[in-house]
Design a protein around this ligand. Structure first.
Ligand code: NAD
Length: 483
């Protein structure tokens, strides 16, 4: 497959190059080979993208929602037709196994385009009767949106931000993570092929400073970031300077609670999916697995048996179920946490080492006897490192589960119906799961509480974050004035 894109950026409906920018090498995580080079956007490129987005937006907003939605839905169909090639590219970009990318990336992006394409025609304001007078509200776009992505889901993030932005009549400039710059360009290409007028979906490459220059530009009205909490703090502060709308999808250290009555095989499936899918590089992962003391050893024994079934290897092989990490740096961060876990007294029960092959592979890793104060229980690792903690009572575990700065997700495994809902209500987290983990359908709101974020992606809730209401008061009779 040709992994080198035609050019680094996609602006005003076409590929654009400017080799004066800093070169960014794209590395295939399974081998460490350079598979493409793109150039960070220069100030001229950033200006070109913002100008194109500004110029195109009003015409797009003037179209009917039905017309806008038709284009998004056509793009969804094209994405699904090309799922195989897009999945291969996603695997090159991220190293995630094809077994995952073929069902979770372009398909999820297509779902967002289809869903928001379907909603576009029914976005309305409301009528409020006030005696004879009345008020109506107009749901209007925000203008130019900027999307900034993390590297774990490059196609999905490009669509989760682009689809609602476009459905509401905005234009968007998307800056992918510098680690995974390839996939968003394909999303831009497909949207234009589906009939999206030029200038409405632009992609510019670059590191944090390119993101920062987009966020601070006064011609930008909204910023949606998917990234870590430290980056979120900077971007939120910069957006506040210009009183811009924001969506912040940030990190997590989510709890998963397994009660003594849980179906243990299901709970282990949840723990595996919620810690080792995408080699653990998922924001909502349930990395603090609280297991009731009575079943802890049985849980650990069966977990270790099931981990033996992981097929670790070439991510292009459809049988591979566990691939490399995205980069050497990310692998080193995760391995650093393995050392901290050992040093702080946790019991390593599975994995913990690199895998002897080229690329950035480390083993799925499980620590037991983890306590709340350990670094591996407090900090986001963003790698395949599960911490198992024991507990005795519901009250105790709820307090410990919520004792974190994060609030992205949380899960509970139990057969007790009342307890399941009581626990879900008690979680301080934006997305909660009962007897499952990490499902993220486009129909459901997704986002964080506390330091994990602001705003919601997906579902009808996202519309509120990509549009604004204008109130129009209509007086039917004469105006009165005091003099
Ligand atoms: P990161 O914070 O390092 O970078 C995210 C993006 O922000 C990148 O595109 C980066 O170039 C850009 N950026 C960095 N500094 C910037 C600045 N000052 N101004 C503007 N843009 C800037 O995150 P990452 O390492 O790419 O991704 C991993 C993190 O993302 C984890 O913390 C993970 O939990 C989080 N994440 C959250 C979600 C979610 O939906 N909540 C989803 C995926 C990943």
């Amino acid at each position: 497959m040709q992994t080198q894109p035609k050019a680094s950026h996609f602006i005003n409906g076409e590929y654009v190059e400017d080799t004066n920018g800093t070169p960014i090498e794209v590395i295939y995580p399974a081998t460490g080979e350079v598979i493409a080079t793109v150039y960070a956007a220069t100030p001229e490129i950033v200006d070109k993208a913002i100008t194109a987005a500004r110029d195109a937006q009003a015409g797009w907003a003037a179209m009917t929602g039905t017309e806008r939605g038709r284009i998004l839905r056509r793009a969804a169909d094209i994405m699904r037709e090309r799922n195989h090639d897009l999945s291969i590219l996603e695997t090159y970009d991220t190293g995630k196994p094809y077994q995952e990318t073929s069902v979770a990336d372009a398909t999820s992006g297509a779902d967002a385009l289809e869903y928001f394409g379907g909603l576009a025609a029914s976005l309305t304001g409301e009528h409020i009767q006030l005696g004879e007078d009345w008020v109506y509200t107009r749901r209007e776009p925000l203008g130019v949106c900027v999307g900034i992505g993390a590297w774990n889901y490059p196609t999905q993030i490009a669509c989760w931000k682009g689809a609602p932005a476009l459905a509401c009549g905005n234009s968007i400039i998307f800056k992918p993570s510098e680690t995974t710059p390839l996939c968003a360009l394909k999303v831009a290409e497909i949207l234009v092929e589906a009939g999206l007028p030029a200038g409405l979906y632009n992609v510019v490459q670059g590191m944090g400073e390119v993101g920062a220059s987009l966020v601070t530009d006064p011609r930008v009205d909204k910023v949606s970031l998917t990234g870590s909490v430290p980056t979120g703090r900077k971007v939120y502060a910069a957006a506040a300077e210009g009183i811009k709308h924001v969506t912040m999808e940030l990190g997590g250290k989510s709890p998963m609670i397994v009660f003594e009555d849980a179906d243990i095989e299901n709970a282990i499936s949840g723990a595996i999916l919620g810690n080792f899918y995408s080699s653990g590089q998922i924001c909502s992962n349930g990395t603090r697995v609280f297991v009731h003391r009575d079943i802890k050893e049985a849980f650990l024994k069966r977990l270790a048996e099931r981990l033996e079934n992981a097929v670790i290897g070439d991510p292009m092989d459809p049988n591979t179920s566990f691939g490399p990490m995205v980069s050497k740096r990310q692998m080193e961060i995760a391995l650093g946490y393995v050392e901290k876990g050992k040093a702080e007294g946790a019991r390593l029960v599975y994995g913990g080492a690199t895998i002897d092959r080229e690329g950035f592979y480390m083993q799925p890793t499980v620590f037991a006897d983890v306590t709340d104060d350990m670094s591996i229980a407090r900090e986001e690792i963003f790698g395949p490192v599960m911490s198992v903690l024991d507990f005795e009572t519901e009250e105790e575990v709820m307090a410990r589960a919520n004792a974190t700065e994060f609030g992205l997700a949380a899960g509970v495994f139990t057969k007790d119906l009342s307890r399941a809902h009581r626990v879900a209500a008690g979680f301080e987290a934006g997305t909660c799961y009962i007897n499952t983990y990490n499902d993220a359908p486009v129909e459901a709101p997704f986002g964080g509480m506390k330091n994990s974020g602001v705003g919601r992606e997906n579902s009808k809730a996202a519309i509120d974050h990509y549009s604004q209401l204008k109130t129009v008061y209509v007086r039917m009779g004469d105006m009165e004035a005091p003099f």
